[in-house]
Design a protein around this ligand. Structure first.
Ligand code: BGC
Length: 743
């Protein structure tokens, strides 16, 4: 086992040479030789044919639908095991009962709670994505699972989206660059990724039936790139079909998406699994490309791909050859992950100190410093005898909560615990809860549902709690308010009504600030909130996330300066919701249909093109040091279509402490003949630069990355002419520009 781990880590190191965020072509070449990215192999075909020839119709169909909440049927007599799945994006979910949603009550299903995907994206570090995948992959194997229902890579179209924390970003480039290494890391462990939710599933409101209309160019440029890279580059073995409709057809029976795009265009050979209870037909579903129907509790033989399929086959409505095709795909992935023999399947390990440290590393790089006037942070403890720790979020746990997948864990360090762990014992902590979570009990977890009518009373502060908080702040040298939301408030199955901070937190923060000017505000949330007022009044503002098992320790290390923050926002923080594209165009949430009227102008593409100032821009995040960019240049002046543009820049750490900076490269074509966003992210690299030192950073941009999708020719086309490549530390802080010519 030990050898196995060493082998894996050597492979990981090799892999990283290939994981330069921008060197797609270089990487693709290297991948064949030096990494473990493995396509589905055809070496098992003969064995698979032989097995299928021995199976009855009923046995075959048993493999095409859930036989428990998280597995599909096997065929014992032929040595075919069940295909065992587990959620999800925060780590391996606790074991669920076989025939209902309640926990199975096992005592060996404690896992590491990893930072949510939004946090991972905020690291802007592709190595962290690999670490994440690899670490969760190990835990999956320790739980003897075959398929992780993750990563969730839908684009964050609206900041109100209930699953924003579970998704990564509003930007297709950052999305794919983080998704690929995560999937590779996971699948390196003889486990398949199930990449979800394919596709155009960007809201929770009416998600069971809403018909999403997206024009073709926008679909290709914004909503599909990460899925495409997951299939073509990371070789993901499975994909999850989404709940909603796309252009009139449910996504689990969508011929265009599943057959034309996924299989014919991208060459996907793995299995398509439905979201839970997202199937609506029998023959159509199978013919249009779905392989496995999963669902919510009802007798499993009543699923569309169960008894009804047996009947359809017997009535000649679907051929046995068609059924065999799907069965063979499933056997293919089972062989691939060594669930049907094969040497040395990874055994894995779970909730180990090493995995908690993986979670710590990701958490520490995810935290974003939004404001830091007069170097209020890191906290200088000279003369500090007491610190007020205020806010329900100081002690709130988020591994579980809300609707949807969480993790049962033995370790979730809260912010309060993190401070206690890291502060000298001589400093007194005065804790006050400050605000109460208030839910309408019957709507708990549904609170933000924008369809809710009527006044809500959740924003009222409790007078005693308020007084306690004010006293704690008055009587302490420093106050830290832990505000934001939690996983009961941000949740799957409902979007938020608005961007206001709930539970009266804004009032609380203002009152604390009024009595203690040395107040720091820490937001813990997975999605944007309206924080302009708070931002104006506080000197220091930090953004943390649903940040995993070690989140509290990582946060304390940032506040106290042991870790220099290097997280960058993976989405735009608007001043107000109506500035956001889906809302400005009044095209959210729609009703039976939602038309994405903003087209390609999603996220910062909208804000930058329309000149709307965001509260905090995409890619933004401060450090305890400062950086300067010098000597920006491209390796040539002119490029052909197949070339790679190598841009280099010297990053100088001009401050007093070591720090990591993310060099971001945005491309802009102001004289374009077609509609374009003002700028688009086309490369990035995170580097550690020691205080006072210089580091040369090179970013490779394949010319093909500059292409737009031409709907007439149905091809990616690079418009000739000049492009400005902008290098910055956020989408709104461009430090250098380089102009190149494409022939
Ligand atoms: C979610 C999926 C999840 C599945 C199983 C669905 O409600 O949309 O993301 O994997 O449930 O828990």
């Amino acid at each position: 086992m030990k050898n196995k781990i060493i082998t894996l880590s050597i492979f990981s190191m090799l892999l990283f040479k290939g994981y330069n965020a921008n060197s797609q072509t270089v990487k693709a070449k290297k991948q064949n030789k030096t990494t473990r990215v493995k396509s589905l192999s055809s070496e098992f075909d003969a064995k698979i044919d032989k097995l299928v020839a021995q199976m009855t119709l009923e046995e075959k169909i048993g493999m095409l639908h859930g036989n428990s909440m998280f597995s599909t049927g096997g065929v014992k007599r032929l040595g075919i095991p069940e295909l065992k799945m587990a959620d999800g994006p925060l780590g391996v979910r606790e074991e669920i009962s076989r025939d209902n949603w309640s926990a199975a009550g096992w005592d060996n299903d404690f896992a590491t709670y990893y930072p949510a995907s939004g946090a991972l994206a905020a690291t802007w570090n592709t190595k962290m994505a690999y670490t994440f995948g690899n670490s969760v992959g190990q835990e999956m194997r320790a739980r003897d699972k075959d398929m992780l229902l993750s990563p969730a890579i839908n684009i964050v179209r609206t900041p109100l989206g209930g699953r924003t924390y579970e998704y990564s970003t509003e930007d297709p480039f950052l999305n794919k660059k983080m998704a690929v290494p995560l999937i590779v890391g996971l699948q390196d462990n003889d486990v398949m990724a199930c990449v979800k939710h394919f596709a155009a599933n960007n809201q929770e409101t009416n998600r069971d039936f809403v018909d999403v209309q997206i024009d073709e160019r926008t679909l290709r440029e914004i909503y599909l790139p990460a899925f495409e890279a997951a299939v073509k580059e990371a070789k993901a073995y499975s994909i999850m079909g989404a709940y909603n409709k796309f252009r009139g057809e449910y996504l689990c029976e969508n011929d265009y998406m599943l057959n034309t795009i996924l299989r014919d265009e991208w060459g996907f050979k793995g299995v398509v699994v439905s979201d839970w209870a997202a199937v609506h037909s029998t023959v159509k579903t199978l013919k249009n490309g779905l392989d496995i129907e999963m669902g919510t509790p009802k007798p499993f033989n009543e699923f569309f791909l169960a008894d009804k399929l047996i009947a359809a086959a017997k009535a000649g409505e679907i051929s046995e050859a068609e059924i065999d095709k799907h069965v063979k795909r499933i056997l293919g992935v089972l062989f691939q992950v060594k669930a049907m023999g094969g040497k040395d399947r990874v055994k894995g390990s779970i909730a180990t100190e090493a995995h908690y440290q993986d979670a710590y590393k990701i958490a520490a790089e995810a935290i974003v410093l939004l404001k830091n006037d007069h170097n209020a942070l890191p906290l200088q403890l000279n003369g500090v005898k007491s610190i007020a720790v205020i806010g329900n979020n100081a002690t709130k746990k988020n591994a579980l909560g809300g609707f949807g997948a969480g993790v049962k864990t033995k370790r979730e360090i809260t912010p309060l615990e993190g401070l206690k762990n890291r502060l000298p014992s001589s400093i007194k902590i005065n804790y006050a809860e400050g605000y109460l979570e208030r839910y309408d009990k019957k709507n708990k977890g549904k609170l933000g549902d924008i369809t809710l009518n009527g006044p809500v009373t959740i924003d009222k502060l409790d007078p005693e709690k308020l007084e306690e908080a004010i006293n704690a702040a008055k009587n302490s040298d420093v106050a830290i308010v832990f505000a934001g939301s939690n996983r009961d408030y941000e949740t799957e199955a409902s979007d938020r009504r608005d961007l206001k901070l709930p539970f009266g937190q804004e009032e609380l923060i203002k009152k604390v600030l009024a009595v203690n000017p040395r107040t720091i505000v820490v937001m813990i949330a997975g999605a944007p909130f309206e924080i302009e007022e708070i931002s104006k009044e506080t000197k220091a503002l930090v953004w943390s996330w649903f940040n995993g098992s070690e989140g509290g320790n990582a946060l304390a290390d940032v506040l106290l300066g042991k870790v220099n923050p290097s997280g960058k926002l993976p989405w735009t923080m608007p001043r107000e919701i109506m500035d956001s594209p889906a809302h400005a165009t009044k095209s959210f949430p729609g009703d039976k249909t939602v038309t994405y009227a903003e087209g390609i102008l999603v996220g910062y593409r909208w804000f930058d093109t329309k000149n709307i100032a965001p509260m905090y821009p995409f890619g933004y995040g401060l450090s305890y040091t400062t950086f300067a960019f010098e000597n920006a240049k491209a390796d040539k002046k002119e490029y052909d279509n197949d070339d790679i543009i190598t841009v280099s820049v010297d990053v100088k750490n001009t401050g007093k402490v070591d720090g990591k900076e993310v060099v971001q490269l945005y491309a802009s074509k102001s004289d374009s003949k077609i509609q374009r966003a003002a700028q688009e992210l086309k490369g990035f690299k995170k580097v550690l630069v020691k205080a006072g030192e210089n580091q040369k950073v090179t970013i490779n941009v394949p010319v093909k990355e500059l292409a737009y999708y031409n709907v007439t020719s149905k091809k990616w086309v690079v418009e000739p002419g000049s492009y400005t490549l902008k290098l910055g530390t956020s989408s709104r802080d461009i430090k250098k520009e380089v102009v190149v010519l494409i022939k």
